[in-house]
Design a protein around this ligand. Structure first.
Ligand SMILES: [Zn+2]
Ligand SMILES: [Zn+2]
Length: 373
């Protein structure tokens, strides 16, 4: 077990991410050390990289990842060592009111907020001995990390590491928004706007929920094609006439609108589009993360008049200990084809190129693969 590891470090918001050699600590009580095998690149990482979200720096990047437990601290079951885990950036404290009420997604005492370990120290130090934060107390874009025991959720070893990584963020966010936030009913009509990892996961979730009409909207034709293969029924290219095209498509429905609309692009304009696509009694779910401070508008009269609802969904109301193994099992059963979302596997050294592709909107899910032992 090496204490010197490579990691993707953001020194300053808006500046390039560089690969550095760092020293990683040993796990303290209640912690596990994980040798990372795969880390997905999420749009949230780009917001941080480009300075659209304020976060503590310097920081080891990444909040979507999977690995193998290398060692455990006091009080942690040693049987975890050697097993595959998916990392969760929401770590329920287990004792606050939200946790006691079985709403772990609402826990406000998660160590993920501090970007540090429970004792307030950093998991990493650089060559000069300076402490380095861990993004969301996870730091998945590293060869090894230290996380709270509850942040490392065991799943079967035969699940592909790239797939396992995606279960840790985009799959749980998108499938969870459909399954848990909206509880989409069989036969209902669904609109999904924006087909990144989260939007495509919404498509898989809607197919799993046996939604009737699944309409997808995106700028990229290859993303629309993939969504159709994953279970979407109608594809609408985003462009100048997207409103009219979508309205015409929804007018064919008996309800003249969608029962559910998911905004997965993280844009104010498409938040409005989602709200306006709803049938009476419909539910719009804001699941895409926008830049901080983004504001959207909607027709208040129409919302009230038609009993329409708009809600936010962060991490798909995920309970990691319950939902990660469930998504892994659905994947193994062939009902959640997460591998279709991965269009590139890269080395840590190619991280800036991967951010460029993410910025251009051409990438599906890019996964950093760590060298094996
Ligand atoms: Zn994410
Ligand atoms: Zn809690």
């Amino acid at each position: 077990m090496q204490s010197k590891i490579r990691a993707a470090v953001l020194r300053q918001l808006g500046r390039p991410v560089t690969v550095e050699q760092l020293t990683v600590a040993d796990p303290a009580a209640g912690e596990v050390r994980v040798r990372m095998t795969a880390a997905g690149l999420c749009h949230s990482d780009l917001y941080v990289r480009d300075g659209a979200w304020a976060r503590p720096t310097p920081v080891v990047m990444g909040h979507e990842g999977a690995g193998v437990v290398e060692s455990v601290g006091d009080g942690v079951d040693p049987a975890l060592v050697g097993g595959q885990v998916v990392l969760s950036w929401q770590v329920p404290c287990g004792t606050c009111r939200a946790c006691a009420e079985a709403r772990p997604w609402a826990c406000q005492q998660s160590p993920s907020f501090s970007y540090l370990r429970r004792d307030g120290s950093a998991a990493y130090t650089d060559a000069r001995g300076q402490p380095i934060h861990s993004y969301s107390a996870l730091a998945t874009m590293s060869e090894a990390t230290i996380v709270a025991e509850a942040a490392a959720v065991p799943i079967p070893d035969d699940v592909d590491p790239g797939v396992a990584a995606l279960i840790g963020c985009c799959v749980s966010t998108g499938v969870g928004a459909v399954r848990k936030t909206a509880q989409v009913a069989a036969g209902s009509s669904v609109v999904i706007i924006g087909l990144g990892g989260v939007g495509l996961s919404c498509v898989m979730g809607a197919a799993l929920a046996q939604a009737g009409r699944i309409v997808v909207v995106d700028r990229q034709s290859q993303k629309l094609d993939l969504a159709l293969e994953l279970g979407a029924t109608h594809a609408v290219p985003a462009g100048a006439d997207v409103d009219a095209t979508l309205r015409a498509l929804l007018a064919e429905l008996p309800t003249a609108g969608a029962d559910y609309a998911f905004e997965a692009a993280g844009r104010a304009e498409t938040a409005t589009l989602a709200a306006e696509a709803l049938a009476p009694d419909g539910l719009a779910v804001m699941v895409g993360m926008p830049p901080m401070g983004a504001r959207a508008s909607f027709d208040v009269y129409r919302l009230v008049d038609g009993n329409r609802r708009i809600v936010g969904s962060n991490y798909g109301h995920t309970d990691p200990a319950v939902d990660f193994p469930a998504y892994a099992e659905l994947h193994r059963a062939g009902r959640l084809p997460v591998e279709r979302l991965i269009d590139r596997r890269l080395d840590l050294a190619e991280i800036e190129d991967a951010f460029d592709r993410l910025r251009a909107g051409t990438a599906l899910r890019q996964v950093v693969v760590m060298p094996g032992d």
